[in-house]
Design a protein around this ligand. Structure first.
Ligand SMILES: COc1ccc(/C=N/OC[C@H](O)CN2C[C@@H](C)O[C@@H](C)C2)cc1OC1CCCC1
Ligand SMILES: [Mg+2]
Ligand SMILES: [Zn+2]
Length: 344
């Protein structure tokens, strides 16, 4: 039978159509989208972007009903109980990636397969996330840390989980791709999701800076990328930037994401307290430091990354940078006065 217009059944088709008409905007409201899609934000986002907007499924002989069935399984394997690392975050990173890949400075630069890989990697990049950090999993000798020898434990698990489902006949939407394409697709998705490991941030940023110096966009404002490594580096930068893009979004959206990540960190801190472990930074709900942590995260991680991306994709990404600065001021101006220590 034919699929519903948005991949999933919705109550209000008009409201859904109105939202989908905004799918190329940076301040897209994923929380509203999650409600309108009847809590299937990832299935509907993936279908709308890959099928309706970019017609990528047809390009690779992907059977849409099989792809939808696969995405329902992926979405079901994001933990609904995670305040932050849930299917709405997956859909958010995918939609953000779709916006950046739509800018003319990168459009036509990447092949359809590379675009498909980046969007698919975004969709699955945190599947089965336990709401705990790599550090916590290693500190508690979690079976995943043992399995992946403390290296990119979560990111390896997200990838293995997504590809394991692809082995099941009734979910294998990639059977229509030729072997070479499927091999390259798998390699790119692995390289992209592994690059979302925060411990790789500084080396990834350094490499992107080198590329910005060398490639000097030139050639009528189009990025010129020679090697596979250079192309992958830019795509890794795009996916990683989208993964930590909350602070570049409109303030109400940013505040909602901040509340969620903080609650998830606090729940990890609760576990660490119960286990008698040292609490990870920012995870102690009894010693909150939300404003200071956000300003620190922006100053040391988010801003340097987005400034570099803004240079690479100039004149695009300026909207993100200006929202990032406004958002920084919002939290900076709310850093509580440190209690005056009375030096007696
Ligand atoms: C909207 O705010 C955010 C959006 C994304 C992120 C993404 N963070 O990824 C970091 C990884 O989860 C690993 N961390 C886990 C944590 C328990 O320990 C850290 C040392 C490593 C963080 C955000 O805010 C954070 C930082 C400042 C206030 C809380
Ligand atoms: Mg992750
Ligand atoms: Zn993520």
């Amino acid at each position: 039978g034919n699929l519903p217009k948005f991949g999933v059944e919705v109550e209000d088709e008009d409201a859904m159509s109105l939202m989908v008409s905004q799918i190329n905007t940076w301040n897209f409201d994923l929380f509203k989208f999650a409600v309108i899609s009847k809590d299937h934000p990832l299935v509907s986002m993936a279908y709308v972007i890959l099928q309706s907007e970019r017609n990528l499924l047809r390009s690779y002989n992907v059977d849409p009903p099989t792809f939808i069935k696969y995405m329902f399984v992926i979405e079901a394997n994001y933990h609904k109980t995670n305040p932050y690392h849930n299917a709405t975050h997956g859909a958010d990173v995918m939609q953000s990636c779709h916006v950046l890949l739509g800018y003319s400075v990168v459009e036509q630069v990447f092949t359809d397969l590379e675009v498909f890989a980046a969007l698919f990697a975004s969709a699955i990049h945190d599947v089965d996330h336990p709401g705990l950090s790599n550090q916590f999993l290693s500190n508690t000798s979690n079976e995943l840390a043992i399995l992946y020898n403390d290296h990119a434990v979560l990111e390896n698990h997200h990838l293995a989980t997504a590809f394991k489902f692809l082995q099941e006949d009734e979910l294998n939407w990639a059977s229509g791709m030729d072997d070479k394409q499927r091999q390259l697709f798998r390699k790119m998705v692995i390289d992209l999701v592994l690059a979302t490991d925060m411990s790789k941030h500084l080396s990834l940023l350094a490499d992107i800076k080198t590329t910005v110096e060398s490639s000097k966009v030139a050639h009528n404002g189009k990025l010129v990328l020679e090697s596979y490594n250079e192309r992958m580096l830019v795509l890794q930068g795009i996916v990683h930037s989208c993964d930590i893009s909350s602070a570049t979004k409109a303030l109400p959206i940013y505040k909602a994401w901040t509340e969620r990540i903080i609650e998830e960190f606090y729940q990890q801190g609760d576990r660490e307290r119960d286990l008698g472990l040292n609490l990870s930074p920012m995870c102690d709900r009894q010693n909150p430091s939300i404003e200071k942590s956000q300003v620190g995260f922006i100053d040391f991680i988010v801003l340097p990354l987005w400034e570099t991306l803004g240079e690479l994709m100039f004149p695009y990404c300026q909207e993100m940078l200006s929202q990032l600065n406004e958002n920084r001021m919002y939290y900076f101006s709310r850093i509580p006065e440190s209690p005056r220590c009375s030096i007696t």
